[in-house]
Design a protein. Structure first.
Length: 338
């Protein structure tokens, strides 16, 4: 595409020219994004440290790619960036086209200049051209970004909590092997079709999210099978930054069952497979049935994230106002990058 230009007045009235560009047009994209991520989030507690391997995998997310990696350049230097994933999610029982925004970063020396706002507006122009009903993102409750997104038209629609747990000191049991990943995708699509915010698992998305993962974020798929799958849970092992260094963490995600006993049974099985004293994080919503199971087993709500939607059409706004479904699917890759 032709690079667009934005002229912004800097201190003293001088004029600087920035370029809006896509990742596909940019030199040394991975190296520059890695440097920007380390500057913006390198010491931020709870963040998964980035790497070229991680970024290379993440940009292969279906609907994202380098084409929808949106950038602000100062010369050839990336000073602000945004990932835009175009796809579909369930909303009130229907599949609707959406644009998912995440990993919004601006170099500290270039903040307070409207660069992130410019990227978000550009992302929404792309969404509208593709017929999306909503812009969709997650951010920490009552944070600076939360208030920025509200000013740009995003509405908070659901709280999602980090529910955390510390595993016991007992010896871990071996991880079981899943027999059919394809059956897992079908089961997940059936279980979560009534959850707002759920992005269904087509073949490419399932392989990206479950199979083609970087070595720094491996995943194990657990299932309980009795004449077919009756429960499943995915465990992702990662490493997060803490105030004292780094810590291993296990994310539980895509956890569902045909009934509550099956769902609780696979949770217990997963907990028994963890090394002693492991830290576990599950992203959950109080409206979902698994909330009480987690609290029963000692999970504690620690940090609130907020799902936000920006209606891009009048009908989308009316649909948002009529929404009444309490069930919610947290999109883990857009919340913690896993």
């Amino acid at each position: 595409m032709t690079l667009e230009h934005q002229r912004l007045k800097e201190n003293g009235g001088a004029i600087s020219v920035y370029q809006l560009a896509r990742g596909i047009e940019t030199k040394n994209l991975l190296d520059q994004l890695l440097e920007l991520h380390q500057i913006c989030f390198g010491a931020y507690p709870g963040v998964i440290p980035s790497s070229r391997e991680f970024l290379d995998w993440y940009l292969k997310r279906p609907g994202l790619g380098r084409e929808n990696t949106l950038l602000v350049l100062d010369g050839e230097k990336i000073v602000s960036s945004l990932f835009l994933t175009l796809g579909e999610m369930y909303w009130e029982g229907d599949l609707v086209p959406v644009g998912i925004i995440d990993t919004v970063m601006t170099h500290p020396q270039y903040r307070q200049r409207g660069l992130a706002s410019q990227l978000i507006k550009w992302a929404e122009e792309i969404m509208q051209a593709r017929g999306c009903l909503y812009g969709y993102l997650y951010t920490l409750a009552n944070s600076g970004p939360f208030h920025l997104y509200r000013r740009l038209g995003y509405r908070p629609v659901k709280s999602v909590w980090h529910l955390q747990y510390r595993a016991s000191s007992s010896q871990a049991t071996p991880w079981p092997e899943v027999t059919s990943p394809e059956m897992v995708a079908t089961f997940l699509n059936r279980c979560f079709a009534h959850h707002n915010g759920f992005v269904p698992f087509h073949h490419g998305y399932f392989r990206w999210k479950k199979i083609q993962r970087p070595d720094i974020l491996p995943a194990k798929i657990l299932t309980i099978e009795e004449n077919g799958i009756c429960a499943t849970l995915t465990v992702i092992r990662g490493e997060i930054t803490t105030t004292t260094g780094k810590e291993t963490i296990f994310y539980f995600t895509d956890w569902c069952g045909q009934d509550l006993p099956s769902q609780e049974k696979i949770l217990i099985q997963a907990l028994q497979c963890l090394p002693p004293q492991s830290k576990v994080d599950y992203l959950g919503s109080e409206g979902n049935q698994e909330w009480q199971i987690l609290r029963k087993h000692g999970f504690q709500a620690t940090l609130e994230e907020v799902a936000m939607l920006h209606p891009l059409h009048e009908e989308a706004s009316r649909r948002l106002e009529r929404a009444g479904n309490p069930l919610w699917y947290p999109l883990i890759e857009s919340i913690v990058g896993a």
